[in-house]
Write a protein of this length. Structure first.
Length: 126
């Protein structure tokens, strides 16, 4: 389980997940995963079949996932449609309930807005 900021970098499963990616995308994936893993109450797990790191909360259930891709990284919020202010940051209008933030290696990670969205996502069901 990814439970601390450091764990994603040293986890064998995480290393396997990012191994086929370019170094910039792997580094972005590690930074974004570490950010989400540091949020109180979230526990992450590398899901090999999904090629993602999924984050759950003890009461709220599945909150979000980090999906590394060849040239970008997606932060998918399971119930993103219900999050206030998400329309400014998240994409996925065609999705029924989820929304995602798309980041490229040169993008700045919007740390505070992600923290707010994570707190909102947990509060929906906690």
């Amino acid at each position: 389980m990814l439970t601390t900021v450091v764990d994603p970098v040293y986890s064998d499963a995480f290393s396997d997940l990012v191994a086929p990616l370019s170094p910039p995308v792997a580094a972005l994936t590690a930074r974004l995963t570490a950010l989400v893993a540091a949020h109180p109450g979230l526990r992450g797990k590398v899901m090999t079949g999904w090629k993602s790191v999924n984050f759950r909360h003890g009461i709220a259930g599945h909150v979000c996932s980090v999906f590394p891709r060849q040239d970008k990284v997606l932060l998918y919020f399971e119930h993103g449609r219900l999050l206030e202010g998400a329309e400014e940051l998240l994409q996925g209008d065609g999705l029924k309930r989820g929304r995602y933030l798309q980041l490229a290696p040169d993008d700045d990670i919007p740390i505070d807005p992600i923290g707010i969205l994570l707190s909102q996502a947990i509060a929906l069901f906690a």
